[in-house]
Design a protein around this ligand. Structure first.
Ligand code: ZN
Length: 628
């Protein structure tokens, strides 16, 4: 038995009160066969938590819980009629029952009295979750994968705990910290950094660059310092493919360690990975990984909330902070070696409130080094404000409509799409635009449904609206969901409309199909709201190309109007990046610029150094930087 578990058990006066002591990741769970102790042992557990400063939970041994059928009847009897319970799910391995309710507050009861009654009568540990306002098959599939494998999960989480507390009593020996940049150095796309100490090896993101040529598509993993079998953990900042796209491939190659991310990131990353396979298959390209690899990834994720502190190796402790970039996006704060060093990996940040999300956090407990994005870090990257762009978008839609034309907005399925939906919904409510069907294509709709499942990660205004069914902006009647090819054809042949479709850079997917159909008429308009990678179709349109070669056999001449609106970006503008650094609290000693084209990383590095007197670096791919 691990030393820390022995230490925890030494606090229990009656040894036979505890039937099992296991890890669930960094958490310690004690199981008891004594009903008395289960109901009254909490004071004792609190004492242990205070003493060892780790999370400890007491649960009933599976042998003493009420039979599931009986328990379900009992729970239904106890829950108030108006709690709107939609589902009751049992996790027998962990003695937990999940109650899905439309009104979690009612199901929990005043000071948790209803939960307490369930506990006392059934000996299950009840957890209440909000019923999502749009049901989505994929979320249910992910849940099924986790439930089907809960025996495996229990062992897997115990194994992680054993690794984390390996050497609990040992002297900590981290005297250096270094980061190797395997991708996204002076480049946007394929984010992947290897963080090492003498004790741990952790990967920060593992993305692809879909717009790049073959050689630059993937992070460079065939280097001596990268060894999949020695990797302790992967931390995923957010779901975008340039941060998550190669993760299932790691599982294909045999990785079986944990992936840390937020709940929305887990679900959206799975959805994007499956979509990525789908697009490759449609284009008859080899797929990099299969859906069973995505399943493995899901099986190995450990989800964390913002500001939830957790140990991930013997010398690393991480905390996620809001990044303001897309739903569930996180900045990763890493506390290394018991006070030795504190590193912040911002990943992609938006330092401005949007309709959807709050701006990126800037206050951290301690901070010495920062790895920061520089997507729009160039001196000239100061786009019009969000408000100007919102007004402009509504104007473009009205003008196109007056000409009886159609508006295509290519979007990354995640983030920008929902932001645009909120803006349009707001304009419809205000009466600024009228009677326009807004078509939301395939995957965009699925991601939107996912958004409604996690209201806690939104801007507080949207969160409030989602809790009231009739005010939920995503359920507004102006949005029409397009799921079949036939419906898509009807949109193409039909009258004026707005279409939101992926992919955002038009590297494939429905946005390219709509573009081909709309491009021949100057009554139609395309509005580019996302970052357009070099070489992508979107970038060629931005550059004003009038003849676009789609494939060997297909050329399209561009007659439709092209508008570029930069202010909706999920990334910070140059000014916002500088403001973010200014507001960082405490002030770091070193800032490493990544995730930007070379001149932007260098430009931002020199400006930060000049203005704030902080040491800056813009590493190249495969550079290793010692940060301590
Ligand atoms: Zn991103």
């Amino acid at each position: 038995m691990a030393d820390i578990l022995k230490e925890v058990l030494s606090f229990i006066p009656q040894k036979d009160d505890i039937s099992d002591a296991v890890f669930e990741g960094a958490n310690i769970v004690l199981y008891t066969k004594k009903k008395e102790f289960f109901l009254n042992g909490n004071e004792l557990i609190k004492g242990i938590v205070n003493s060892i400063k780790k999370r400890v939970e007491l649960r009933p041994d599976p042998s003493i819980v009420m039979n599931q059928e009986k328990a379900e009847d009992e729970i239904k009897k106890i829950l108030p009629k108006d709690s709107g319970v939609s589902q009751i799910l049992f996790d027998p391995q962990r003695s937990i029952v999940v109650i899905e309710s439309e009104k979690p507050g009612v199901a929990i009861g005043k000071n948790g009295e209803i939960l307490r009654e369930i506990k006392e009568k059934t000996f299950w540990v009840p957890q209440v979750k909000r019923t999502p306002s749009i049901r989505l098959k994929l979320i249910e599939n992910i849940r099924d994968v986790l439930y089907e494998n809960n025996d495996y999960r229990r062992k897997f989480l115990h194994k992680i705990g054993k690794r984390i507390y390996d050497g609990w009593t040992k002297e900590k020996r981290s005297e250096w910290v270094r980061v190797t940049f395997l991708g996204a150095a002076r480049h946007v796309g394929r984010s992947c950094f290897l963080l090492q100490t003498p004790e741990s090896k952790v990967l920060l993101d593992c993305g692809v660059d879909i717009a790049a040529s073959d050689d630059d598509q993937f992070p460079i993993l065939d280097v001596p310092e990268f060894n999949l079998t020695q990797l302790d953990a992967v931390i995923l900042s957010h779901a975008h493919l340039d941060h998550s796209g190669l993760l299932p491939y790691l599982f294909k190659m045999g990785y079986r360690g944990p992936v840390y991310c937020t709940l929305p990131t887990r679900d959206i990353a799975s959805l994007l990975a499956l979509d990525f396979i789908g697009i490759a298959q449609k284009e008859a390209k080899d797929t990099l990984f299969s859906s069973s690899d995505v399943k493995e990834m899901v099986k190995h994720t450990v989800t964390l909330d913002y500001e939830e502190v957790t140990d991930i190796t013997p010398d690393m402790r991480i905390t996620f902070y809001d990044a303001g970039h897309v739903l569930g996006s996180a900045q990763v704060h890493i506390h290394i070696g018991n006070g030795l060093h504190n590193l912040l990996y911002t990943a992609d940040i938006n330092y401005e409130d949007s309709n959807l999300l709050h701006k990126a956090a800037t206050k951290f407990p301690r901070l010495e080094s920062v790895i920061m994005e520089a997507t729009y870090g160039g001196r000239d990257d100061n786009p019009p404000t969000r408000q100007e762009c919102e007004d402009e978008l509504i104007k473009i839609i009205k003008e196109t409509f007056a000409k009886r034309g159609k508006v295509l907005i290519p979007v990354l399925g995640v983030g920008r799409a929902q932001e645009i939906m909120l803006i349009i919904e707001k304009a419809v409510k205000k009466g600024l635009i009228k009677d326009i069907p807004i078509y939301v294509q395939g995957m965009v709709w699925d991601v939107t449904a996912m958004h409604t499942a996690y209201p806690d990660f939104f801007h507080s205004d949207v969160k409030k609206a989602i809790f009231h069914k009739d005010q939920n902006p995503f359920l507004s009647k102006v949005f029409k969901h397009i799921s079949s090819h036939k419906e898509m054809q009807e949109v193409i042949e039909g009258g004026p409309c707005v279409v939101l479709a992926t992919s955002g850079m038009m590297t494939g997917g429905a946005s390219v199909e709509y573009f081909k159909a709309f491009s021949s008429s100057d009554r139609n308009t395309i509005v580019l709201v996302s970052y357009q990678g070099p070489g992508s179709l979107g970038r060629r349109l931005e550059n004003g190309d009038k003849e676009i070669r789609i494939s060997e056999t297909e050329n399209v001449s561009v007659k439709l109007n092209v508008h570029v609106l930069r202010g909706f970006s999920g990334h910070s503008s140059r000014k916002q990046l500088m403001d973010f650094v200014r507001m960082l609290d405490p002030k770091p000693k070193k800032i490493i610029l990544v995730h930007g084209e070379g001149n932007k990383c260098l430009d931002l590095a020199s400006s930060i150094h000049k203005e704030f007197r902080i040491e800056t670096i813009a590493p190249r791919t495969l550079d290793t930087v010692r940060i301590r």
